[in-house]
Design a protein around this ligand. Structure first.
Ligand SMILES: *[C@@H]1O[C@H](CO)[C@@H](O)[C@H](O)[C@H]1NC(C)=O
Ligand SMILES: *[C@@H]1O[C@H](CO)[C@@H](O)[C@H](O)[C@H]1NC(C)=O
Ligand SMILES: *[C@@H]1O[C@H](CO)[C@@H](O)[C@H](O)[C@H]1NC(C)=O
Ligand SMILES: *[C@@H]1O[C@H](CO)[C@@H](O)[C@H](O)[C@H]1NC(C)=O
Ligand SMILES: *[C@@H]1O[C@H](CO)[C@@H](O)[C@H](O)[C@H]1NC(C)=O
Ligand SMILES: *[C@@H]1O[C@H](CO)[C@@H](O)[C@H](O)[C@H]1NC(C)=O
Ligand SMILES: *[C@@H]1O[C@H](CO)[C@@H](O)[C@H](O)[C@H]1NC(C)=O
Ligand SMILES: *[C@@H]1O[C@H](CO)[C@@H](O)[C@H](O)[C@H]1NC(C)=O
Ligand SMILES: *[C@@H]1O[C@H](CO)[C@@H](O)[C@H](O)[C@H]1NC(C)=O
Ligand SMILES: *[C@@H]1O[C@H](CO)[C@@H](O)[C@H](O)[C@H]1NC(C)=O
Ligand SMILES: *[C@@H]1O[C@H](CO)[C@@H](O)[C@H](O)[C@H]1NC(C)=O
Length: 633
């Protein structure tokens, strides 16, 4: 089987991230299958399989206590594809909590975490975000005090088939999202045979990034079943890609610059230029509370001065085009750089006569990242991106560049080394986890859709109204959360998605989110808002990977607002005509919240921070006075 040979490109999210990948040379998708370890029971799945899946062996470097866990592959029950499996690693909350049969006393909630991609392994989440084992930059392991399995029995599941340690035959990769949903239900029907209590206990389906496409489709597949294998009670999606690319990535651009004016060096002319472009591109969407009418789709306007690749037009995820350093070569002297910046400004500002920039079109995120890489310290000292190599060679290179847009104040170069492959492919670990031997674990694959280079299914937003109606009827809580530092899947897009969706019979939230929520350490952690079964939270000082950046806040949010019935931010109507919000509303927290001043740069771990001069920052307040929480984040 051969992939289309032409150049194509798309975004891949390693783990949870979304990454742009350009490749000329795509490998044939490999066939893989689970490994049979000694003691494998025969016959159908049942509790007797617990013994087989039990992780008994001591894991290298794991010198701290972890709870009992179970791991291995389970089929998705797809006809004609017996080797199509998902891989799970599930941890007990407390001794016996997962393995015991259902009794009245153990009907506790359980959870599943999914990373995105498409094509990324959820073991990234386990080992770098919200799981009990954390792999450090030097490959050693440490304990995560904020692992979500301290709150509920928790599973990290590699999916769709073929991703991470999940397996697929060559023709068995997922053709589309509906199949991904069905495969997941097939997997769950086997999982509940092994752990029968799970069939009845409330399931929290959680994940981030591209799981924002997976989870709604999985929930839809669940609602489609007369007798689903599990009981989903909540979903939680962090920085999710359920909307169109123009909504989650392009339309938020100006709000990203208002959150971090550092990106453009607080330059007022440049800001005003972006403001005009933003309006010309119809990204100046004014959300209203309550929402008046449907929000028009801004559409996408492509550059006219250059050709984006063909796939760029057909692939809706392919927005972050190649960063092309046009006017400033690295060897150019510093004085010449400032001259070039002034020239760039004159060029674009002269052009700012009501016309959309012909080089960037409405790809404003490309324009401001180009600007920062060329002209703004410390981004201008980071390694320029390299394109046009195959995906596999490429992972690290991409990470250098694109991590910047996942967590804006992080301009480290190189980034922290987050690599789980040494641990997961270690023979002792592999055996302990009953993982396949026919393939090595990798963070991401570029063919989760088999021969199709991109996800052919419509964005989940297309059925959000129907999903919301079903969720209300079946009492499934919807939690959409965002990190304030994420530029690629920025929170404004999530707010647009919510305001354009009808749930509980009303379109959008009726009050603008502005209720502060503090973590137990007494620090402001997020704006939280809840109406009619939907919860939104905007996490301060968190990037794309909220549990990694803010472990305590993510843990306590999951505990208090997903598992718990925390009511902060809930709109209530104690008497007709009177509306109150639990925890109050702070007008300063409406809309854009400024990030903190320091930008982190240096190599590997943080070496330095850069703060722009006080006068520059003070002057900016006259331009845009978005609230900036005080104190170190
Ligand atoms: C770990 O978390 C628990 C509960 O949140 C807390 O009591 C304990 O002090 C924490 N330990 C460390 C080392 O942070
Ligand atoms: C499934 O895996 C087995 C090895 O366990 C292999 O012999 C068989 O060919 C595979 N089937 C398909 C359809 O790939
Ligand atoms: C809603 O539920 C119905 C079954 O009641 C199902 O047919 C439909 O596909 C579901 N839609 C979504 C988007 O969940
Ligand atoms: C949004 O509000 C701004 C400021 O009030 C206004 O200039 C702009 O035209 C509005 N946008 C739309 C699409 O109405
Ligand atoms: C809002 O919803 C309508 C109707 O579903 C849709 O046509 C429109 O594109 C949506 N707007 C955005 C910004 O997604
Ligand atoms: C874009 O590509 C087409 C077809 O290859 C070519 O005719 C056209 O001149 C190109 N336009 C630009 C701006 O490069
Ligand atoms: C940044 O510099 C490169 C050349 O090194 C150029 O291709 C790109 O257009 C420049 N971007 C801006 C915004 O000047
Ligand atoms: C206005 O913008 C267009 C398109 O970029 C450009 O050709 C023209 O020269 C500009 N006019 C002025 C007066 O700057
Ligand atoms: C980066 O930008 C800053 C601020 O514009 C400038 O002072 C510095 O010389 C630049 N460094 C490089 C390597 O371009
Ligand atoms: C264990 O940790 C050390 C660093 O302390 C590292 O060199 C080694 O590769 C790790 N082993 C595994 C299997 O991850
Ligand atoms: C929340 O934290 C902020 C400081 O971050 C503090 O000013 C405020 O009083 C706290 N609120 C509560 C209810 O603890």
């Amino acid at each position: 089987m051969v992939y289309n040979t032409g150049a194509w490109s798309r975004i891949l999210a390693f783990s949870s991230f979304l990454y742009l990948v350009t490749t000329q040379d795509v490998p044939t998708p490999p066939s893989s299958y689970p490994h049979d370890y000694p003691g494998k029971p025969s016959g159908d799945f049942g509790p007797q399989w617990q013994k087989y899946f039990k992780v008994n062996d001591k894991l290298p470097n794991v010198t701290f206590p972890i709870t009992q866990s179970y791991a291995g592959n389970l089929p998705v029950n797809r006809a004609g594809h017996p080797n199509d499996t998902l891989f799970f690693w599930g941890f007990e909350k407390s001794p016996g909590s997962l393995s015991a049969p259902l009794t009245t006393s153990n009907g506790q909630p359980w959870g599943i975490w999914l990373n995105g991609g498409p094509g990324s392994s959820s073991l990234y989440g386990l080992l770098f975000e919200n799981g009990p084992i954390n792999i450090n930059p030097d490959y050693s392991a440490s304990s995560n005090n904020h692992s979500w399995n301290k709150l509920a029995d928790y599973f990290w599941v590699d999916q769709p088939v073929g991703v991470g340690y999940a397996t697929a035959d060559e023709t068995g990769y997922a053709p589309d999202e509906d199949q991904i949903g069905k495969d997941f239900m097939g997997f769950l029907s086997n999982l509940v045979k092994v752990f029968p209590s799970l069939a009845q206990r409330p399931l929290q389906l959680t994940g981030e990034s591209y799981a924002g496409q997976y989870i709604p489709y999985i929930l839809k597949a669940y609602f489609d079943m007369p007798k689903p294998p599990v009981k989903i009670t909540n979903i939680l999606i962090g920085d999710g890609t359920y909307t169109t690319g123009q909504v989650f990535e392009l339309a938020p651009s100006l709000s990203v610059l208002e959150t971090y004016p550092q990106i453009i060096g607080y330059d007022v002319d440049v800001y005003n230029y972006f403001k005009e472009q933003n309006k010309l591109c119809k990204f100046d969407i004014n959300l209203t509370y309550p929402q008046h009418g449907l929000i028009p789709d801004p559409g996408i306007i492509y550059p006219t001065q250059r050709n984006f690749s063909l796939s760029m037009k057909v692939d809706r995820f392919n927005f972050a085009s190649s960063l092309k350093r046009r006017s400033v070569e690295p060897e150019i002297s510093l004085a010449k750089r400032e001259a070039a910046r002034q020239e760039w400004k004159r060029e674009v500002i002269d052009q700012g006569n009501g016309t959309i920039n012909p080089w960037y079109g409405c790809f404003l995120i490309n324009m401001y990242t180009d600007y920062a890489y060329n002209y703004t310290f410390p981004w201008n000292i980071t390694t320029p991106p390299v394109f046009d190599v195959s995906v596999h060679v490429y992972l690290k290179v991409l990470e250098l560049k694109f991590s910047k847009v996942y967590n804006i104040p992080d301009a480290l170069n190189p980034e922290e080394n987050l690599d789980a492959s040494v641990f997961l492919n270690n023979p002792r670990v592999r055996t302990a986890l009953h993982a396949p031997t026919v393939k090595d674990w990798q963070l991401s694959i570029d063919f989760p859709f088999g021969t199709n280079p991109y996800d052919p299914s419509p964005e989940a937003i297309n059925f959000f109204n129907a999903l919301a109606t079903n969720a209300t009827k079946k009492n499934v809580g919807i939690h959409l959360i965002s990190g304030n530092n994420d530029a690629l899947v920025a929170h404004f897009g999530t707010e647009v998605a919510i305001q354009n969706t009808t749930f509980g019979g009303i379109q959008g939230f009726t009050r603008q989110p502005s209720t502060p929520w503090n973590t137990s350490d007494g620090k402001f952690a997020a704006v939280v808002h809840q109406e009619r079964g939907w919860t939104y939270a905007l996490f301060y000082d968190a990037g794309h990977m909220i549990p990694r950046n803010k472990p305590l806040a993510a843990y306590e949010f999951f505990r208090d607002f997903v598992l718990g019935k925390g009511n902060i931010g809930t709109v209530t109507s104690p008497k007709p005509g009177i509306t109150t919000v639990v925890g109050g509303e702070d007008p300063k927290l409406k809309g854009v919240i400024r990030g903190a001043d320091p930008i982190y740069y240096g190599s590997g771990a943080t070496q330095s921070t850069y703060v722009f001069p006080a006068a520059t920052r003070a002057a900016w307040k006259k331009v845009n006075n978005a609230y900036q929480p005080t104190g170190s984040p």
